[in-house]
Design a binder for this molecule. Structure first.
Ligand SMILES: [Zn+2]
Length: 167
């Protein structure tokens, strides 16, 4: 399973984000983050933490939080190339997965993602759904937002189920 936390970037509150990641660390689970790269370089504190915590898998969400299914070739090229260079300048390993904003894709957007070596991934379940079904889900991606209080509160239940099933 991939635990996918969206919208990490310039606006992320580091204290809150660290508290959530502490739950991942406690259970020894990889924390996948879908990053927004606009102004990411102004958040050296966040970049340092992403590199130092040791359990992050950093992937791409968007340069801006936009509906990529509505963008033209040129707009898509700009989004993906800005994203790629922000990852490089931040010293993060290159992203391999594009988790689209609102999970919206188009054939064109997938094609441009491919130019940058990214595979689009938009199928997912929610944390609530995963817990409700006691981990018995088909889609391998669980999507959540660490800024969302409800999901902060139930995250540990999901990780416990995940670790139980892993045994
Ligand atoms: Zn988002």
């Amino acid at each position: 399973m991939i635990f996918r936390n969206d919208d990490i970037g310039y606006h992320t509150k580091l204290d809150e984000f660290k508290r959530v990641n502490d739950i991942f660390l406690k259970h020894g689970v990889v924390h996948t983050v879908a990053i927004l790269t606009r102004n990411l370089l102004k958040r050296q504190d966040l970049i340092d933490y992403l590199k130092e915590a040791g359990n992050f898998d950093c992937q791409f969400h968007g340069h801006d939080h936009r509906d990529f299914s509505q963008l033209s070739w040129d707009q898509l090229m700009e989004q993906f190339s800005e994203g790629k260079s922000a990852f490089e300048l931040a010293g993060l390993p290159p992203a391999q997965i594009w988790f689209p904003c609102w999970n919206r894709v188009s054939v064109l957007a997938e094609e441009v993602a491919g130019v940058f070596g990214l595979m689009a991934s938009w199928e997912k379940v929610s944390l609530d759904y995963y817990i409700e079904h006691k981990g018995g889900v088909v889609h391998p991606v669980i999507n959540f937002h660490s800024w969302y209080i409800h999901e902060q509160l139930i995250l540990e239940d999901a990780l416990v189920i995940y670790k139980q099933l892993e045994k």
